[in-house]
Design a protein around this ligand. Structure first.
Ligand code: SF4
Length: 178
């Protein structure tokens, strides 16, 4: 089995190291979870103008933004900001915002898939199941110099995320054995 510590990133969101990518990248529709419509790629008007903090953070539920409370990027935001863009933000480089949003979408899929693999590894896997997970992990391992927009794009284009999803039913036996 491949070494886990080197392969699994931190899945805990650290907003202090992120440029509020979720508050920019994602769209939301006015309804029970959000108090107004916001298109993808537009900074939320509730974002503080001089930081990446939310001006209504302490009062999100009361103000009608329960969807923000529920959202969890699983550590993708800080990784895109720090690893892929070396701390440069969409405010520093507005021309790179589109790339940052795409990288955030791909990194979220990567983290969700890695987290699912980490969970499956806790179950009593058969040798073929272990080998299959190791093969996925090998594909999902970051390049030595870290992820870039182009390596994430190549990963996304490889269909590995969809292939992993399609393989999930094959692990049901291990989960039911636990
Ligand atoms: S309401 Fe606050 S947490 Fe929600 S998207 Fe806007 S700035 Fe971000």
């Amino acid at each position: 089995m491949l070494g886990q510590t080197a392969l699994f990133p931190d899945f805990t969101a650290d907003c202090t190291r992120c440029a509020a990518l979720c508050c920019v990248a994602l769209h939301f529709d006015k309804g029970d979870a959000f108090a107004f419509d916001k298109p993808a790629g537009t900074p939320c008007p509730n974002l503080a103008p001089d930081s990446f903090g939310c001006r209504i953070h302490a009062d999100l539920m009361n103000k009608g933004f329960g969807g923000c409370v529920k959202f969890d990027c699983r550590g993708a935001g800080q990784r895109v900001t720090q690893e892929v863009f070396a701390g440069i933000t969409w405010r520093d480089a507005p021309d790179q915002m589109r790339q940052m949003i795409d990288a955030f979408r791909m990194m979220r899929r990567l983290h969700e898939t890695l987290e699912a693999i980490a969970l499956l590894q806790r179950y009593p896997l058969s040798p073929p199941q272990s080998q299959q997970l190791d093969a996925f992990l090998a594909e999902l391992t970051a390049p030595e110099s870290g992820w870039t927009v182009s390596s994430l794009t190549a990963l996304d284009a490889s269909d590995v995320f969809d292939r992993f999803k399609a393989a999930l039913p094959a692990f049901r036996s291990a989960v039911s054995r636990a």
